[in-house]
Structures are given as structure tokens and as C-alpha cells.
Design a protein around this ligand. Structure first.
Ligand code: 5GP
Length: 115
């Protein structure tokens, strides 16, 4: 875990504004500030583990359960046909925020290629 609070910890604490769409004891989800599509959502563990393999087993399960629950709800909310669900795991893979986050990016028939 990093020592400075991550942007996502600050969002969870309410110190940075964000549109929170889901929260339970261990996981939160909010709209991405630079959405690739309407409804682009980030699902994060509340504790700031940096990479997927840092997550304790129970927290990984909580995170995935939230992703599974939220994906169809988000698709329905924006009338999407499908979604890309993914993690940039490490800076060489494009991870900019060192706090695990799962992107849910709604997709629409005919909207083009993969993100
Ligand atoms: P990464 O590239 O690390 O996988 O994705 C980080 C994501 O966090 C990006 O899609 C970026 O738009 C989003 N993001 C960065 N800063 C903020 C912020 O302050 N608020 C919100 N809601 N999203 C952010």
C-alpha cells in the first residue's frame, strides 16, 4: 500500500468530489472523470492495494462480486449492449492510479473497435 492517500482514497473519504454509484463495507464504485463511454465506472477496494495480486483473497472476491453485480446494472442504466471490463495492472500496462480499479466501460452496437 502507498503512504500518500491515493486519489481514489480521497474520493472514498469524500475529500474529492465524484459520482459514487455503489458502496459497501469493502468496495466502492464511481463514475470515471474522463469516461471512454457514458456510464464508464471504476470499481475499487476501499483499501488502497496497488496491484491485483496484492489483494487479500476475501477482498478480491468482494471486488469481483461488486463488478458482477454492477456490470448489468450499468449497462441497463445507459442502455448499452455490452461492456468491456478490465484492469490496467501495473504502470507498464497503463495503470496511472496506484490503487486497484476495475474499469466497466459500456459498449454500444456499432460504436467502433476495442478501447
Ligand atoms: P488507469 O489508467 O490507472 O487504469 O485508470 C485511471 C482512471 O482514473 C482513468 O480512467 C481516469 O480518468 C480516472 N481518474 C483519474 N483521476 C480521477 C478523479 O479524480 N476522479 C475520477 N472520478 N476518476 C479519475
Amino acid at each position: 500500500m502507498s503512504e500518500e492517500p491515493t486519489i481514489f482514497e480521497q474520493i472514498i473519504a469524500g475529500d474529492i468530489p465524484a459520482r459514487i454509484v455503489y458502496e459497501n463495507d469493502t468496495v466502492a464504485a464511481f463514475l470515471d472523470a474522463n469516461p471512454l463511454a457514458p456510464g464508464h465506472t471504476l470499481v475499487v477496494p476501499k483499501e488502497p492495494y496497488e496491484r491485483l495480486d496484492d489483494l487479500p483473497e476475501g477482498l478480491a472476491a468482494d471486488l469481483w462480486a461488486a463488478v458482477q453485480e454492477l456490470t448489468p446494472r450499468i449497462e441497463s442504466a445507459v442502455d448499452a449492449d455490452a461492456s468491456n471490463v478490465g484492469v490496467n495492472n501495473g504502470s507498464a500496462a497503463g495503470q496511472e492510479v496506484p490503487h486497484v480499479h476495475v474499469h466497466i466501460v459500456p459498449r454500444f452496437e456499432g460504436d467502433g473497435g476495442k478501447p
